[in-house]
Ligand binder design. Sequence first.
Ligand SMILES: Cc1ncc(COP(=O)(O)O)c(C=O)c1O
Length: 373
Amino acid sequence: MIYFDNAATTPLDPEVYETMCRVMKDVCGNPSSVHSFGRESKVLVEEARIAIATYLKVNASEIYFTASATEAITTAFYGAVRDIGIRRIITSPIEHHAVLHAIDSLRKTYPIEVCFLTVDKNGYPDLEKLGELLEDGPKSLVILMHANNEIGCMNPVEKISNICKAQNALFLSDMVQTFGKYPNDLSLIKPDFTCCSAHKFHGPKGVGFLYIPGNIQISPLITGGGQERQMRSGTENTYGIVGMARAFDVAYRDMEKNTLYISGLKSYFVECLNSFFPGLIYHAGSDHQGLYNIISVAFPEPYKSEMLLQNLDIHGIAVSGGSACSSGAVGSSHVLSALNADTEGSTIRFSLSKFNTTDEIEQTIGVLKKILL
Ligand SMILES: Cc1ncc(COP(=O)(O)O)c(C=O)c1O
């Protein structure tokens, strides 16, 4: 079995698994309980918070654990509109559905204006237009992701943050695809909100965080027992949180090595694809730029990605199509449509991780040759 769908989710790292098992087996207290069992859990949660905050160069009190990045994004949106008086959202059409659908739902309740920046063929938003828009108009929240999950293009988040700061706008950057792969020094980028999901870098599913700097005050989306300093009620997912911190440890320890290794795999994959299949189109220049683990490539007509996906799957090779496959339904890709790529029906996304090998690439090329040649 070969897994090339690491932008969707990653296999758990064995070191993370070991740490989590220990906590699942030996630590049973509710972190809110005041007795020794509770205190033991509380210490683990707070140690995890400090470790993550240290990697990202922020204060531990600015990290709020959530069940997912989607929850973190939704909390930030509602808080910004309800509590900070945001009346305009400026974003791009290639954000994740966690952003776009949350905006749709927010608009039903609040009188907000939504502006979409155009993106060029490589997925880069028009930042000149962003500057112009921010020169006047209502208080704005700018939402632009760090890296796109379908095509791997990356935004200059520090530059965007500075544009927003200069015009007194807030900036939310979805960094789900870059945490654990890049250093993401938040003390330099200075976003007003960002979000993380542990399962994208070999941590567990169902845990993430919302980062909010100390100068921003919003009220919670989920109320109840007042956990996470009132920001996110619900008993903490102790072993998930510890697992996420362990995934950060492993990712930061091995970041240089993994970056080199995975970039090398990507170059080799592209070289092999190009030598056997002429006429390939790489979205957002994903053969040589953007996220070092994503190749988004369209095969020439008459090949359809659904057919390719199914055939690869029959051979035990997991990839994803150009179409967004959220919740199992294959629809058209809003990202490729926004790029005006008329190749969405024939696009495949290979997303790599440290667990992939050159041998797996060669096997995949062999299968593709059988299907296509
Ligand atoms: C860029 C991006 N943002 C947000 C999300 C949502 O993450 P989760 O489903 O873990 O909440 C994803 C997941 O695919 C993503 O790739």
